[in-house]
Write a protein that binds this ligand. Sequence first.
Ligand code: URP
Ligand code: ZN
Ligand code: ZN
Ligand code: ZN
Length: 467
Amino acid sequence: MSGRTVIRGGLVITASDELHADVLIEDGRVVALAASGTATTEAWTADRTLDATGKYVIPGGVDAHTHMELPFGGTFASDTFETGTRAAAWGGTTTIVDFAVQSVGHTLREGLDAWHAKAEGNCAIDYGFHMIVSDVNQDTLKEMDLLVQEGVTSFKQFMAYPGVFYSDDGQILRAMQRSAENGGLIMMHAENGIAIDVLVEQALARGETDPRYHGEVRKALLEAEATHRAIKLAQVAGAPLYVVHVSAMEAVAELARARDEGLNVFGETCPQYLFLSTDNLAEPDFEGSKYVCSTPLRPREHQAKLWQGLRTNDLQVVSTDHCPFCFVGQKELGRGDFSKIPNGLPGVENRMDLLHQAVVDGHISRRRWIEIACATPARMFGMYPKKGTIAPGADADIVIYDPHAEQVMSAETHHMNVDYSAYEGKRTTGRVETVLSRGEPVITEREYTGHAGHGTYTPRSTCQYLT
Ligand code: URP
Ligand code: ZN
Ligand code: ZN
Ligand code: ZN
């Protein structure tokens, strides 16, 4: 956007600094940042002044794990790129990295083109893509090189969901070997899906059909085992590894051990594992289906280990794994058989607020909040410092955040296209006031002022922790 904007009087927070500063924006980028109330900043003239007195000025959130319109279990995730990115903006997120899907029998290119077609012209905020690799063969491996060159630099593989997304150890090893050569980053869904399917069959045969059995068959030990195996395969291949949606404390221990050994192994967790538990999965009247996702929610005692991992940097990123399915008509597909409940939770709008609540609750510091939600995902996936920070030259993706406003999360008031909130009734302190995407106001004092098509595709470099 052309023209000059100045944000005055706020506390600017990045992953490394906190500073009472004014921010000057020109043509969609940050051009200068200087202490408030000085001759330098008072000389700045602008077409628009935003008053951030008493507020935080933070980088827009980078959510590196979303699934808009994902086909799953005979249905589609209920947020489109239009509704999902608008909701993201409401929640202070200005970049998503969504997962394009290669279906078995199709090329990576076909999958990527299909996801570009879904997103283009529809997004309120900027977006990039990872690629889900469901069919590792010689052609796929060659295509990986081309995708890395054009800015799709990370590839998700699944040790779960046999017959759908699943890759066996040989396919995983081959993809990792390729990524060791081309600079790509393998993102692993680490659960032993073969063993889980046996336990699912046995549970259903015993008549255990309620949602809570989803949590019982997808055992923490089978997440830990798969995490360990993925680490060893990556070590053999000489490749880095990023483990997605870590929920079990035993898996955190595997990551910590690998990192202590000096391996380039990274871990992501999600708000649902930090704030929800198997208690939710056990809610009566099929309400537990609202909390079915994989990896599953765990007993409460896992949460402390996840927070600890985030503080000690054994876990580096919090993404949402936003994959919403309505209760009515979608989650209900699994009444009488938990294995037919579409897997996934909504959350793209809630992440920045929930993590701010974690600051209020003393789990993490303010700078760590920005690090795990903005800066590190941007660096991990090759978008820093364009995204993830406030610094001269960066895109002016900026949130003015009121740290004192109170809110209650609810499906009545959220903007995600889903008929329930996983956090219904949760009180949080802190709220997004204004959001700029490349300098353009997308949310202005709690009104939506953005538009579909503002968001542009963001090609990415390779992981910036490795170069
Ligand atoms: O339950 C989940 N996580 N659904 C989305 C697909 C995935 O595995 O990330
Ligand atoms: Zn997954
Ligand atoms: Zn996911
Ligand atoms: Zn625009």
